[in-house]
Design a protein around this ligand. Structure first.
Ligand code: SAH
Length: 216
């Protein structure tokens, strides 16, 4: 891979052990963090700090979540190889790459055209090939449903009904719920229209926006 050095690999190993200290237990999540070259997802002026546990701007007013948030959300998904995952909020594609690295089949939706175009072009150049969709995550992807898992990577004021419908029975959705601050929420579909909810800690995300005018 271009521009990925032993130094970067060393920094990733350190990041993975930091996340382990912070409570991430799932070995395949930690391996994925150790594998995905996060520095390549950042604007070059931030590259030196790519393996610290901090969030960064990625353009179009959006952010790449901090590694701990990515790992925490991914761990809650209880992902198994080959599962079909719907991701809302492609952004830089870093979370997408972590899911792919764990063997998921990823369908990812982004509502900002500039970010969508950038990430759709960039990810395949480093070997990650999800199915990209430009559209409104509130609607999900009914044509490709049902999904084993659904992950929302923006702060959602409500749980979109369409997404609950598109979850398999037995499937898990992980969604940060709230306006200014979000509570990480795990929703398990136990039967048709029957759900169990578990709440985790507070996180901060950019908002999941309703589809008014695209491309802003
Ligand atoms: N997972 C990303 C983090 C992205 S930040 C990463 O690893 O980089 C959240 C993203 O959600 C932003 O790119 C934002 O444009 C997108 N978003 C917000 N509302 C959306 C919606 N309704 N549908 C799809 N994407 C949305």
């Amino acid at each position: 891979m271009t521009n990925d050095t032993y130094r970067h690999k060393g920094l990733r190993r350190q990041l993975a052990s930091l996340l382990k200290e912070k409570g991430i237990e799932n070995a395949s999540v930690l391996t994925a963090i150790e594998t995905v070259p996060r520095h390549l997802f950042l604007n070059s002026s931030f590259i030196e700090r790519a393996y610290e546990d901090i969030a960064f701007p990625i353009g179009s007013g959006q952010t790449i979540s901090r590694p701990h948030t990515v790992a925490f959300q991914t761990e809650l998904l209880e992902l198994k190889k080959g599962e079909k995952v719907l991701e809302i909020g492609t952004g830089s594609g870093y979370q997408t790459s972590v899911l792919l690295e764990m063997g998921a089949k990823v369908y990812t939706i982004e509502r900002q055209k500039a970010l969508f175009d950038l990430t759709k072009t960039f990810l395949p150049t480093i070997g990650y090939n999800p199915k990209f969709f430009y559209g409104d995550g509130y609607k999900g992807l009914p044509v490709f449903a049902p999904f084993d898992k659904i992950i929302i990577t923006a702060g959602a004021p409500i749980i979109p009904d369409a997404l609950l419908d598109q979850l398999k029975i037995g499937g898990i959705m992980v969604i940060p719920l709230g306006d200014a601050v979000q509570v990480m929420t795990l929703i398990k579909k136990v039967a048709n229209k029957k759900f169990e909810k578990v709440e985790y800690g507070e996180f901060r995300f950019v908002p999941l926006l309703e589809n008014k005018e695209w491309g802003d």
